[in-house]
Design a protein around this ligand. Structure first.
Ligand code: HEC
Length: 411
């Protein structure tokens, strides 16, 4: 099995990013004596902070903003939160490095939702609403706004329609991206979005070769010289880079928006937009590097088939690791990246997704940068279940697989 460390900035495949809700404990009042939980005082603020990035009227799934709807769902809300299925957070809780933005409720919060359901979902007094109950998002400045040139109606004959749209931001000088937020135009059809750079203008030819706006692109944007600068998946609010850092974009670079659409043909068209926070200079240049095992041979009719690599990371210097985006396709069942420091036997799990779900992918930010010392052993393990009667290998197609982590690093 061959482990590949592809070069800095030379990637073909995307990082989906996320800056999801923080978890605030809003239950102190109710836990501290009074047994009653009410909608206005306890439940609504908790849902606003932890659930409504997905559960909103214009969001990806049913809204949990109104008392009428939420109170009718009090039982399922208590059950889903107690079971830990909501809010979804696929990364391993234990043994790996602490992550930012973790979507999780505290034991007190889960108990409060159960109490609320048990008591018949009392509404309470609007005057008890805490003053600051909304989540203010990643808070980037919009220096550059880009959007698809026109409304695109996804192909409903293909269950999954991967389409790339080229946006020319007219960059006359080199710049650094320090934050990116994507605004899906139609949540009913947009499954995920990845923003790729195109410094060499390769996408224009691909666009010209196909009828209509944009071009077909699974996996990546269809050319090698590219980097990921942002994206959107259900629940994500944006990509915020570490303080005083940025991803370089050279003058003339275009942005390719890779849209993954999933449409039954009734939900209409989409025109997605994005905002970039740009800096002329940054103290630290960060890079997104793909760590991948591209030599995959997943035999037919197998379960728990492991692929991946272990390699010694020796570039003569230490590297700061800020986070990463694990990526596989539909057959993946788990993925884990770990580091064993030199002179150590102890493997440190960096990020693990114990139950891979193609629909919940994101960029995971480490709480603190992890220093990969020169000479460390770096391991990536990808596990697959292949129910098909075909050998499956690496590739861009839906039926192909990947074993990849986009790591955000700096020197
Ligand atoms: C990252 C997006 C996301 C977040 C955040 C999220 N949900 Fe969900 N939730 C979904 C999606 C998508 C579904 C629909 C799942 C399906 O249809 O398979 C769902 C379904 C549900 C259901 C239906 C029953 C079930 O278990 O499938 C309940 C109840 C629910 N969510 C409650 C919550 C609550 C309460 C929170 C916050 C504490 C929350 N969700 C946060 C995406 C999210």
């Amino acid at each position: 099995m061959i482990g590949l460390l592809m070069g800095l900035m030379g990637c073909d495949e995307g990082a989906v990013v996320n800056g999801a809700d923080s978890t605030g404990d809003t239950t102190e009042d109710s836990a501290g004596g009074a047994p009653t939980a009410t909608w206005y005082r306890d439940v609504q603020p908790l849902l606003a902070e932890n659930c409504q990035s997905c559960h909103a009227a214009d969001g990806i799934t049913f809204g949990l903003e109104d008392y009428a709807v939420a109170s009718a769902m009090a039982g399922p809300i208590a059950a889903a939160t107690a079971a830990g299925t909501m809010p979804p957070w696929p990364a391993a809780e234990e043994d790996c490095l602490p992550l930012k933005d973790r979507r999780a409720l505290s034991g007190d919060q889960i108990a409060m939702l159960q109490t609320w359901a048990d008591q018949g979902a009392p509404e309470g007094d609007p005057a008890d609403t805490p003053s600051d109950t909304t989540d203010d998002g990643p808070g980037i400045e919009t220096d550059l706004w880009g959007e698809m040139a026109s409304v695109y109606v996804p192909d409903d004959t293909a269950e999954d329609d991967y389409r790339c749209f080229v946006v020319d931001p007219g960059l006359t000088e080199e710049t650094f991206v320090s934050g990116a937020v994507v605004f899906p135009g139609n949540y009913s059809v947009v499954h995920h979005v990845i923003l790729y750079t195109d410094p060499s203008g390769s996408a224009d030819a691909l666009d010209a070769a196909e009828d209509g706006e944009g071009y077909t692109c699974f996996g990546g944007p269809g050319f090698e010289d590219t980097a990921v600068i942002g994206g959107w998946v259900p629940g994500s609010e944006g990509l915020l880079l570490p303080e005083d850092s940025g991803l370089r974009m050279s003058a003339g670079t275009k942005v390719v928006m890779q849209m993954h659409y999933h449409s039954d043909g009734t939900a209409g068209g989409d025109q997605t937009a994005f905002a970039l926070d740009l800096e002329e200079e940054v103290g630290t240049e960060v890079y997104l590097i793909p760590l991948a095992d591209t030599n995959l041979n997943i035999p037919p009719a197998t379960t728990d088939h492991a692929e991946g690599f272990s390699t010694t990371f020796s570039y003569g210097l230490d590297i700061n690791l800020w986070g990463g985006t694990p990526h596989m396709h539909l057959l993946g069942s788990s993925i884990k990246i770990s580091v064993t420091p030199p002179d150590s036997e102890a493997e440190q799990c960096i990020i693990e997704i114990p139950q891979w779900d193609f629909d919940y992918q994101q960029f995971y930010r480490l709480e603190e940068a992890y220093v990969i010392e020169n000479g460390s052993k770096l391991s990536l393990e990808c596990v697959y279940d292949n129910p098909t009667d075909e050998m499956v290998g690496w590739g861009d197609g839906t039926g192909d697989e990947m074993c990849l982590v986009y790591a955000m690093v700096s020197l």
